[in-house]
Design a protein around this ligand. Structure first.
Ligand SMILES: C[S@@+](CC[C@H](N)C(=O)[O-])C[C@H]1O[C@@H](n2cnc3c(N)ncnc32)[C@H](O)[C@@H]1O
Length: 299
């Protein structure tokens, strides 16, 4: 059979995905085409005609996406900062909004050039934040914690791939970020804590892709979305050195609640809320300040 126009297949796919209720049908149709053809999405125009087998394979992937399987589970890849991560069933797919927290963290680390900063990523999932930071800052000593063995296996796979490609290896720990005894060896030693923890309030309505494919442990933070964050904050106070910083992503309903929670603790100062690209409250940052007793000991 003769070669066929890719553009027409993309139009047909867009229509199918739209009918299936996919939020960004055109973008997803193009990304799947780019995946099948093996080019960047922006270069699809350079591939006018493809073999019939390519169209068949493409239609197969589009049919899976029309079943509301996440795009990244079909391609097997998600990105964070400058790195790609392998993802699939059993692990949370990293989201674009977390890129803002990453950018804030990397800017914060600029003040630690040449000091081998210690970074801790809590609830690391695929290893997204930890590995993106290790890639951007090869001098950093990066630790990451994850509770779920299935997610941790994905993080290990990604960490091994990144290390093989020349990034500084990270230290992965299986553990519960709310456990008061976790990582005692890091107490008072961490320069920067980053976290995108489970934070969705239990009653929230979710898209099919999220509800059926992201693990529940990755999503829900109890009735108010703060059941992991609240005890985790006490641990962060323990791990951060004085003047160290934290950034925690949260549900858009919880920006002021989390900021108030940090403000109330005398170990945190310079609490600030940050919005995502849609203008919704998305992450809160703070600095670990010395208590009076700690300040007296330092004098
Ligand atoms: C929203 S996902 C975020 C993953 C990753 N940080 C990212 O941005 O892609 C939250 C992760 O926290 C893990 N998790 C949930 N409760 C935890 C706990 N108490 N201690 C450690 N990890 C936990 C989940 O298994 C999941 O991988």
């Amino acid at each position: 059979m003769s070669r066929q126009p890719l553009r027409l297949a993309i139009l047909e796919a867009t229509r199918l995905l739209e009918e299936a209720g996919v939020h960004s049908p055109r973008v997803d149709a193009e990304l799947l085409a780019a995946h099948v053809v093996g080019v960047e999405r922006t270069r699809l125009g350079l591939v006018p005609l493809v073999d019939p087998e390519v169209i068949e394979r493409y239609r197969g992937l589009v049919a899976r996406r029309a079943e509301r399987i996440p795009l990244q589970h079909i391609t097997g890849v998600a990105s964070m900062g400058e790195i790609d991560l392998q993802v699939g069933p059993g692990v949370f797919v990293p989201r674009p909004e977390t890129e803002l927290l990453l950018a804030w963290a990397l800017a914060k680390l600029e003040g630690t050039a040449g000091q081998r900063p210690v970074v801790l990523d809590l609830c690391t999932g695929s290893g997204a934040l930890a590995l993106a930071i290790a890639h951007a800052r090869p001098d950093a000593v990066v630790h990451a914690v994850e509770l779920d063995p299935k997610a941790l296996a994905w993080a290990r796979r990604n960490a091994d791939t990144r290390a093989r490609d020349g990034d500084t290896p990270i230290a992965l720990h299986q553990g519960d970020v709310t456990d008061r005894a976790l990582l005692a060896e890091l107490e008072g030693r961490v320069d920067l804590v980053v976290s995108n923890p489970p934070y969705i309030p239990e009653a929230a309505q979710l898209d099919v892709e999220v509800a059926d494919h992201d693990p529940a442990l990755a999503l829900f933070g109890g009735p108010d979305g703060l059941s992991v964050i609240t005890p985790m904050v006490s641990n962060i106070a323990r791990w951060l050195r004085i003047d160290g910083a934290l950034a925690i992503e949260h549900d858009d309903s919880n920006g002021s609640a989390l900021a108030a929670m940090l403000d109330q603790r005398r170990v945190f100062g310079e609490v600030a809320e940050h919005a995502d690209l849609a203008g919704k409250p998305r992450f809160v940052v703070a600095r670990r300040v010395a208590t009076e007793a700690e300040a007296a000991r330092r004098r």
